[in-house]
Design a protein around this ligand. Sequence first.
Ligand code: SF4
Length: 466
Amino acid sequence: MFDEIHEECGVFGAYRLKDAAALTYYGLHSLQHRGQEASGIAVCNDHVIEVIKGKGLTIDVFNKQKLELLKGDCAIGHVRYSTAGGQEYQNIQPIAATGPLGEIAVVHNGQIVNDLELRRQLEEEGCIFQGTSDSEIILHLINQESGDLLERAMKTARKLVGAYSILIMQDDHLIAFRDRHGLRPLSYTRDRDGYLISSETCAFEIMGIYDSITIAPGELVEFKKGLAKAYQYIDPKECSSNMCGMEYIYFARPDSVIEGQNVHSVRKETGRQLARKDQDLNADIVIGVPDSSLSAAMGYAEEADIPLETGLVKNRFVTRTFIQPTQSMRDRGVRMKLSPIPSVVKDKSVVMIDDSIVRGTTSRRIVKLIREAGAKEVHVRIASPVIQWPCFYGVDTSTRKELIGANLSVDEICEYIGADSLKFLETDEVRQAACPVGLCMACFDGKYCTSLFSHQKSLDEDLADV
Ligand code: SF4
């Protein structure tokens, strides 16, 4: 069991650009933090869609020869971490199929919550599903609707409930849209005579492009005949701003800009908020748990005027396929992911900033590491509220039974992780840090912005279990 939260996916597209597959490869490489389980690219060339995809990191799935096979100036790509649907090959995206308009390919980041209802309806209409992912529903809906690609995409978008940032490709025609609550990020930018579309702007920045446009909640952008045209596919009154708070807290890269707010700056502000709650704490140093907590640690240190130190070092090459140390290796003290720097923490009162606590086992291990390295006191500060609810919008959190925050008080969590003191942020404090962007905070406060359809049942069972 992982004591971490996993993002589900990242999407990238290149429209009317030479070497579209190579650009998509580099884009996906920048989005790799959003999913390491599988990667895929589809290109369209003369009405024919070619797809190459496989399990593993983008650099493992693709090589120069494979990229050279993907000819065409329109491409979409995907990096995956699976929650909805299993890890089977059929669930790896892009998913492509032939329908009334010819070949179509789709990539999706998020989670459709009315998936079972839509799937049942489509199966009754005769659709045959190849895999188990909710993303295949989108492809079937597009093929079942009437009209041209734009009309079909709009009708499909209106039927979906949940979190979705989606790219659809057919011929020299690309469509991108976001759900009406704006739960997952999606932006596009001009590049020479074409366009790039990405889950995160960090993928544009590696190409030297720093300006981008956010696709708004309930908005669809059509890339056709060399132009980008935006449509509101649903009444703005039915739309809201509910960007996943965890994107700012944990998932997104600090160099990304989401809805106009730089992720690093928001994280830094959460650190400042934590420091303002600590007027009486006389600590010697502040350390952040690498990598996602470093910005918040910087904000805390600046606000509290306490030196920021590198107290923990992360081995960046411990991936999902890494052979974890056995119990006997762990007993020998083999710790692969994080190492403390004893000369930094020895005899110090340490403020340790982390982004979140899921099951508590990782925090407990890190506090122990810092103490073993000689720290006098370890005060843990979490740059998010207490996670108490599961996510149904494309993030692999846990059931309430497994979430320490749903079962123990803050004092009890403090005791469990072995810290001298523990504080979290409140939801309003995170909202303030990301302001003016409206945030989904459902995994902290249980206020889901959509009906959960059949997933409500699993939530009810989960509640009965706690
Ligand atoms: S429930 Fe939590 S993880 Fe899921 S979208 Fe909302 S803020 Fe993000």
